[in-house]
Design a protein around this ligand. Structure first.
Ligand code: SF4
Ligand code: SF4
Length: 86
């Protein structure tokens, strides 16, 4: 199982909480603005990421996700598992 760590830069408001919380110093704030005029976080050192998900939990805008993929070559993100209860 390969885990893919992704930041939706257009959701990010550049608050820096994820940069601060990351124990591996993977994240930094970009010098380029996103579509909303913020400086978004990005993976400056993705090879150091341990997929601990602290940044995902911390982000107030839910801009960071970690998804599991069976095969790293497959770029499928169509995991539509809706929970219909009731
Ligand atoms: S998953 Fe953990 S190690 Fe990876 S960027 Fe987020 S906080 Fe850092
Ligand atoms: S915590 Fe979320 S909104 Fe804040 S910089 Fe990180 S990704 Fe962007």
């Amino acid at each position: 199982m390969t885990y893919i760590h992704k930041i939706d830069s257009d959701r990010c408001k550049g608050c820096g909480l994820c940069v601060t919380i990351c124990p591996k110093h993977v994240l930094e704030i970009s010098e380029k603005v996103n579509t909303k005029g913020y400086f978004p976080a990005f993976q400056a050192r993705p090879e150091d990421c341990i997929k601990c998900a602290l940044c995902c939990s911390m982000c107030p805008d839910v801009a960071i996700t970690i998804t599991g993929a069976e095969d790293a070559d497959q770029t499928q993100q169509a995991a539509s598992t809706e929970d219909n209860d009731g």
